[in-house]
Design a protein around this ligand. Structure first.
Ligand code: NAD
Length: 503
């Protein structure tokens, strides 16, 4: 059985805890590897390596740090096919989608290539007589990232790309469900340094684990900041525990994104967009669109018919099948969870229009597949509406009016993303201004902002006040120091007992 090791101080390190997680091949249902789950002592070894490396790394000038990012990007791009296949083999998403996962992470690395510019401070000449004021952004020290299974390429790069570029060293605790790609990324990062004649051991470490290693991160006195992405209850726990231990914490949580379709929308296009956003990656995306809200009975009927017609054309296959639109979900437990939600929807009285539970792929009967599922007549009082399903399940919630449609995502416990489909600019503008959700798409089904903007939801989709990547990321991983300086000459001045003011 393949053993997936930690990566500490530039080298693979076998686990010593005796505890392991199973990593499946979701296409076949077989266990393909074991991943070591760390003890607090193993986490501490990574922290010590990161602490040793940090002063020298922070002293590397920002242009040279950026060159490491350029080289890392080049190495990842050169191995894109191999890395995407590796990602797919543990996650189950199709290879083309895995390339997108890695590419969206690389776009944050591209942003980090511009770190010398992003790190420049502010300067005021002559803030008072002979007084200049300037500010600088300095790294925090050692930062840590805890990431979910659904984007094992993108989300680690969101975090370590910025954290390291600004001069921190980093510990990544990836999901134990698909942990191999993050280790490969750390190895390539070392290679990027070596290509430039730099030894980067300790700058990026990977420690695998579960709650034990997460708790060790949250309570470790030498970790200054923690970035988390995962489900909301755990995000809330990470935020409260990490901040109680004096850390800077950003913690992104779950989602239930709505796609609102106004009667004047291009319905064919809107439905195609929603099908891709609902079923792509088997619905295992925090920016998936699992709820569609057609406004008016006529729109609802047309949307339902068009969705059903599009569903007929969907192909579910193994992750390496280039003609498949989506593959299996990540584990048998997750498939069961989705199936339980489908049953709950039936029990709650929603209309099950298409049931994916019976789906089976010939030759892969033990794979974790679920066919595309559609519910109509879903009501806001239902648990299956209120909670995140995270599978290939689309729910139609009918609204009579625009106002009612805006209320649905605005009142929902989650507020990650939302989309509106319309040809009416005024309605779209009003929607974007008033909806109580962090990321809005206007005729864009998955409004994940580009890397130089920032990513973050509202309500129970994010805890803390800093978004991921872009300038918000730079702020999260740095602290500002502001210097007020003067160079007096001549006679000395008397002591001042009044708070100094600018005269
Ligand atoms: P998860 O919450 O189960 O796991 C996330 C991380 O927390 C993993 O590294 C895991 O090992 C760790 N963890 C698991 N149980 C823990 C516990 N009891 N205590 C401490 N740490 C624990 O999430 P997942 O299933 O890997 O990912 C899917 C979830 O992530 C969905 O809810 C999805 O919406 C969310 N997500 C959110 C965003 C976003 O940016 N808002 C992005 C991607 C995924």
């Amino acid at each position: 059985m393949r053993e997936i090791t930690h990566f500490i101080d530039g080298v693979p390190v076998a686990g010593t805890s005796g505890r392991h997680g199973e990593v499946f091949n979701p296409n076949t249902g077989e266990v393909q590897a074991r991943v070591a789950l760390a003890t607090p002592a193993e986490l501490d070894a990574a922290v010590q390596a990161a602490l040793r490396a940090q002063p020298a790394w922070a002293a590397v000038n920002p242009q040279r740090r950026a060159r490491v990012m350029f080289e890392f990007k080049r190495l990842v791009e050169a191995r894109m096919q191999e890395l995407a296949e590796l990602l797919s083999s543990e996650h189950g998403k199709v290879v083309a989608d895995s390339k997108g996962d890695i590419q969206r992470g690389l776009e944050v690395i591209e942003f980090a290539c511009g770190i010398p510019h992003a790190l420049k401070g502010e300067y005021t000449e002559g803030a008072g007589p002979g007084i200049d004021v300037y500010s600088m952004r300095q790294p925090l020290g050692v930062a840590a990232g805890i990431t979910p299974f659904n984007f094992p390429g993108m989300i680690p790069m969101w975090m370590f790309g910025i954290a390291i570029a600004v001069g921190n060293t980093f510990i990544l605790k990836p999901s134990e469900k698909d942990p191999t790609l993050p280790v490969r990324l750390a190895e390539l990062f070392m290679e990027a340094g070596a290509a430039l004649g730099m030894d980067l051991k300790g700058v990026l470490n990977v420690v695998h684990g579960d709650k034990v290693s997460v708790d060790a991160i949250l309570t470790h006195p030498d970790i200054a900041a923690v970035s988390f992405v995962g489900s909301s209850d755990i995000a809330s726990y990470v935020y409260s525990t990490g901040t109680a231990h004096g850390k800077r914490v950003q913690a992104m949580g779950g989602a239930k994104n709505h796609g609102i379709i106004l009667p004047d929308a291009d319905l064919d296009q809107a439905v195609k967009d929603i099908i891709g956003a609902a079923y792509g990656s088997a619905g295992e995306r925090c920016m998936a669109l699992p709820v569609v809200v057609p406004v008016g009975a006529k729109t609802a009927q047309a949307v339902r018919e068009k969705v059903l017609a599009e569903m007929e054309t969907l192909k579910v296959g193994i992750s390496s099948d280039t003609s498949a639109q989506y593959g299996p979900v990540v584990t048998a437990a997750h498939r069961q969870r989705v199936a339980d939600y489908i049953q709950m929807g039936v029990d709650e009285g929603a209309e099950l229009v298409a049931d994916g539970r019976g789906f089976s792929l010939q030759g892969y009967e033990q794979g974790f597949f679920i066919g595309p599922t559609l519910f109509d007549q879903v009501k806001p009082t239902m648990r299956t509406y209120q909670e995140e399903i995270f599978g290939p399940v689309l729910q139609i919630v009918r609204a009579e009016t625009f106002e009612e449609a805006v209320e649905l995502p605005s009142r929902h416990q989650y507020g990650n993303g939302v989309a509106i489909f319309t040809r009416n600019g005024r309605a779209a503008r009003e929607f974007a201004a008033s909806v109580n959700v962090g990321m809005v798409g206007i005729n864009v089904p998955i409004p994940v902002p580009v890397a130089y903007h920032t990513f973050g939801g509202w309500k129970r989709s994010a805890f803390g006040d800093a978004n991921q990547h872009g300038m918000e990321g730079v702020k999260f991983y740095t602290k500002v120091k502001t210097v007020t300086a003067r160079w007096p000459e001549g006679a000395s001045e008397d002591s001042a007992f009044v708070i100094p003011t600018m005269r």
